[in-house]
Design a protein around this ligand. Sequence first.
Ligand SMILES: [Fe+2]
Length: 253
Amino acid sequence: MAKKPFLNFQVDHMTLLLQPDLYKISYLAFNTIFGVGPDDLLYDKRKEWVKGEGEQSMTYAVRLGQGASPDPELNNTIIAVVQPTEPKGQSSHVREMLDGHQAAAHWQHIALRTTDLLAFHKHALERGVQFITPILKDEEEDLIQVFSGEWYFPGIKASGMFFEFLQRNPSEEHVKIAQSMNRESWFRDKTFLGLYGEKEREYQSGEVTPFLRFDLFNLLLKEFKDKQIWQITPADLQRAEDMMIEHTKKVSK
Ligand SMILES: [Fe+2]
């Protein structure tokens, strides 16, 4: 089967969670060891959680390199870094993702760029993939993005690892379709937009959306648990895909 063009993913950026002490040192390291210069600091977002206590750096992103393609914007090697900045007594999904895994550092998501996010989104939904946001238009950059559920399975702590899928420089038509989809599906809390708020909501409620529905995960595991991966044939893969599509159809009725 030929690969669909929208499945030719490029790494757009990677997001790394760091404990606060490491967050500071990482900034020094990216500048001095990785050669990041002033032009390579793509953003630095701050927030004052408690009035009067001063702003904290929540997140920053650095460009570690640029490729040689005619469109340099699509050839950056970018790492976005996030630290927990919420006051001690306040819930923080970033702190929980790190402390909960006794980790100083945690790769939270890899953003994969597609040429057609709407087509990929539909393709993934049909196969049982769960997303924690509708397709969002980034406020500052010309891109549309969507965030998947986390890679984990029944009976284990959520991993804190997921994917972002995005399309840069989307056509006006794509943006319009994405916006009309948002109106229908983003009614839960209009003021709580974006990844950060949605992850916080999930971690506070204790209900972290998995990438694949748990019932589908179990179904696939049961079907393939006795096979080593090299024993999985093309026919098996077709059956797995059929199971995903059929199961998703059945449960979304
Ligand atoms: Fe991202």
